[in-house]
Design a protein around this ligand. Structure first.
Ligand code: SAH
Ligand code: SF4
Ligand code: F3S
Length: 522
């Protein structure tokens, strides 16, 4: 389908972004001028990222486009090297793969040595304060490199660059940063890098607009066994503590045929696992003008000849019966469900804006367990939400028992500027919050150890990813239920799904020995 037909079929109005901050013509004109001219140009065109604007959502303004690299950018990176440091979630991991693809199309080669790099990008995360602190620490560490090599380009992108306060802080205090661009500007990387070279001044391009869906972006995938596939971008849930809807724009789905084609292509290339990605994958399709949801998409993807399909992250609110029915068909759809609950208390959930109650969450888990008895669950939990009482925290502990999660990511609430919860008064001390986190983690560890113990003596299917990090004589991979297994086996098993007999369970991992005859002969 060409682009025109695509738009007609989906009746999605095409708009041109009107808020491009730095354009090539202006920069070319300024090339010969003084740095004062640059400052004037910058002041006239720079608009800081705007959280308020990000919250105003339009329905029709998603632009579907196809990426094509402009000839002028090819070869710009010839003989040069790039390095990208990635913080945060899988979305960022995958964005890094896209940015690597773009830089490689420009001729850059990758390096892991900061001293060798001609361009260093920090792909940042804004989810909690400590995530941001790490990035500011790294920006500081990079300063001496810039002094040694003034031609080095240092760029900051990802979720932090969507925050006005962060951009202002970098502009004021971190002069070693040459380039700042937002999550909606990734496809403009070649242009932005060229601007950074030409201008010798800082280039800032952060669109606060809702974001587009750009197809056909090049990707340098991190591995040849497992791949990420975006199915949608953004989030419209606006949980009161969360910065993501502001940093990632509104929910917008890729078209089913584009996703299916990407998965088919990955299968043909020999990939063994895909993970469908979105901040709230259960909202998939809601913005497309057709009756089509995640269940429908998974029902088509399960027919593709790829051994394992996963998806993340699920929001309990939009997890519908159709999806459960499709997941119950099994096959390549993995029986492992990450279902963030955040709190086990309905009043706290209400303040969090999660739009479900404890009872509804438990009902959903019960329904999934009935349909897929061997499914296992993991979750995300926030402790110390403003004014959370000890009784409310106890509800979280008891919910954990009721579901019997096999693992969890646990966090202390971190106020994010611009979100409603950051303005709530909070009487609970940090000491109390840390104590709750410890008590919760003790439970999480106990459940994980118990879940692992069940596997002792069993034979499980493991997708072998490579040598174990600590010991090259040991191989490592994941079970269908996402348990990490370290085992003795031949290197020829790498990239294959093999059977492993579990000899010992640890708290977070399993040890085992490969069942020899399970290896495919090729
Ligand atoms: N879209 C996903 C999660 C995105 S962020 C979802 O809704 O499940 C990953 C996790 O970070 C969240 O599930 C939440 O537990 C945690 N988190 C988000 N904002 C936070 C904050 N302000 N403080 C502490 N933890 C937070
Ligand atoms: Fe954040 Fe809530 Fe959206 Fe998840 S669903 S990304 S927690 S706003
Ligand atoms: Fe962080 Fe942005 Fe992901 S805030 S968790 S990198 S969506």
């Amino acid at each position: 389908m060409n682009e025109k037909q695509r738009h007609e079929q989906n009746q999605i109005k095409q708009t041109n972004p009107s808020d491009i901050k730095s354009d090539q013509d202006n920069l070319n004109r300024l090339k010969e001028k003084t740095s004062d001219d640059f400052i004037k140009y910058f002041e006239a065109t720079y608009e800081p990222p705007n959280l308020r604007k990000a919250q105003k959502r339009g329905k029709q303004d998603v632009k579907y486009d196809e990426f094509q690299i402009d000839e002028q950018f090819q070869g710009l990176g010839k003989g040069k090297k790039y390095l990208i440091r990635t913080y945060g979630c899988q979305m960022n991991e995958h964005d890094t793969e896209v940015m690597s693809g773009l830089l490689e199309e420009m001729g850059y080669e990758s390096t892991t040595d900061t001293k060798e790099a001609d361009i260093i990008l920090l792909n940042t995360c804004a989810i909690r304060e400590n995530a941001e602190n790490k990035v500011f620490g790294e920006i500081g560490h990079l300063k001496p490199l810039k002094v040694e090599n003034p031609d080095l380009i240092i760029g900051v992108c990802g979720c932090m660059s969507q925050e006005e306060a962060v951009v202002n802080r970098i502009l004021e205090k971190h002069h070693q940063v040459d380039l700042i661009f937002g999550t909606h500007n990734i496809h403009r990387l070649p242009q932005l890098v060229q601007n950074a070279y030409l201008s010798k001044e800082r280039v800032v391009e952060v669109w606060s607009k809702e974001g587009d869906v750009i197809e056909n972006l090049p990707k340098r995938r991190q591995g040849k066994i497992k791949a990420w596939v975006n199915i949608m971008y953004g989030c419209d849930k606006f949980c009161t503590y969360c910065i993501v809807p502001y940093t990632r724009g509104k929910e917008r789905s890729r078209l089913p045929e584009d996703i299916i084609q990407e998965v088919r292509h990955l299968a043909a290339q020999g990939y063994k696992e895909v993970t469908l990605l979105g901040q709230n994958v259960n909202a998939y399709g809601k913005d497309l003008e057709m009756e089509y949801g995640l269940g429908d998409l998974m029902d088509e993807i399960r027919k593709i000849d790829i051994p394992r399909v996963r998806f993340t992250t699920s929001h309990p609110r939009d997890f519908d019966d159709r999806l459960i029915e499709v997941l119950a068909k099994g096959g390549n759809l993995m029986p492992y469900i990450h279902l963030p609950v955040q709190s086990g208390n309905s009043d706290v959930l209400k303040l969090m804006g999660r739009k479900y109650t404890r009872e509804r969450y438990l009902d959903l888990v019960r329904k999934i367990k009935e349909a897929i008895p061997h499914a296992s669950f993991s979750t995300d939990i926030i402790v110390g939400f403003p004014n959370e009482t000890e009784e409310q925290f106890q509800d979280t502990l008891s919910l954990y028992d009721e579901v019997g999660f096999e693992s969890a990511y646990t966090f202390i609430f971190s106020p994010r500027e611009g979100t409603p919860a950051a303005k709530f008064n909070d009487k609970i001390s940090m000491e109390e919050k840390k104590d709750r986190l410890q008590r919760l983690n003790a439970k999480v560890n106990a459940y994980s150890a118990e879940a692992m113990k069940k596997y002792e003596g069993q034979t499980v299917k493991v997708l072998v990813e490579g040598e174990s990090k600590n010991n090259p004589d040991v191989l490592a991979g994941y079970t269908e239920h996402s348990k990490l297994v370290n085992f003795i086996g031949p290197k020829s098993a790498i990239g294959q799904i093999v059977e492993v007999k579990i000899t010992e369970a640890k708290t977070w991992t399993l040890d085992g020995v490969m069942v020899e005859e399970s290896i495919e002969v090729s």
